[in-house]
Ligand binder design. Structure first.
Ligand SMILES: C[S@@+](CC[C@H](N)C(=O)[O-])C[C@H]1O[C@@H](n2cnc3c(N)ncnc32)[C@H](O)[C@@H]1O
Length: 229
């Protein structure tokens, strides 16, 4: 059986795409959290290279489902990684967009103890993932968001904090993760309820990171275009 100390030597992640998966310390946090809470039924949106999936499965030793429509673009490397780690038999990859796959899981009355959201990073994409994850997670279960440095993630987290009182936020030592727990069976709001949720927290960090990052409209991207038009 693969152990947490062996897993990094098994996972194949291209040098050119090291930033796509969760960081090793984040994966280790997920592993420890799942073990500590004795979590068994897990779901994830956004498979990437399968690092988060592998650590989730190592922690539970139970079936795990991951939704991702773009594995073809990754040469199915996540699926290969999970198989190489000896975890393939308990792994289900739903090769579809989360906005199609999540409602189907709702229709099937699936319920999970832990849902990891690291798929589409646009505000509306994350909000949709949360909306369905909120129905799919059991009372007492957890939803974990990745990439809270992004304004989109931060604003979804803030929306939940201000408006969804069926969820409680738990502080996490790693700043790029946001953890919430479902504490009520149903959303108690009536149709008129709405609390403003805009926050400037992370605004500067996000601007700075995107400005310095390797993106066509970033500072680095513009310099690159000048050198190699
Ligand atoms: C940052 S990567 C996930 C990394 C992964 N957690 C890991 O540790 O290797 C984001 C993934 O989300 C997927 N994705 C993007 N839009 C999606 C959507 N609408 N539904 C599901 N997955 C999506 C991408 O194909 C990509 O694999």
């Amino acid at each position: 059986m693969t152990t947490i100390d062996q897993i990094e030597s098994i996972l194949q992640i291209p040098e050119t795409d090291k930033k796509t998966p969760v960081r090793v310390e984040e994966a280790r946090f997920i592993y420890q959290f799942i073990q500590e809470k004795k979590i068994s039924k897990t779901l994830e949106v956004g498979l990437g290279y399968g690092r988060s999936a592998a650590y989730i499965m190592l922690a539970t030793q139970q079936p795990h489902t991951a939704i991702d429509p773009f594995q073809k673009n990754y040469g199915y490397q996540a699926v290969k990684n999970i198989q190489a780690a000896g975890l393939g038999a308990a792994f289900t990859h739903i090769e579809d967009f989360s906005h199609f796959a999540l409602p189907e899981l709702c229709h099937k009355n699936e319920q999970y103890d832990f849902i990891f959201i690291d798929g589409d990073h646009k505000f509306d994409g994350i909000l949709i993932d949360f909306y369905f994850a909120a129905m799919l997670v059991k009372k007492g279960g957890y939803i974990l968001f990745h990439d809270t440095w992004m304004r989109s993630t931060r604003l979804v987290n803030q929306f939940v904090e201000k408006n969804r009182h069926d969820f409680k936020t738990h502080p996490v030592a790693l700043s790029n993760l946001h953890l919430i727990q479902k504490i009520q069976d149903a959303d108690p709001r009536d149709g008129m309820y709405f609390q403003e949720f805009y926050t400037t927290k992370s605004w500067f960090k996000y601007r700075l990171i995107t400005y310095l990052n390797d993106h066509p409209n970033s500072l680095l991207g513009k310099v690159k275009k000048l050198i190699r038009p």
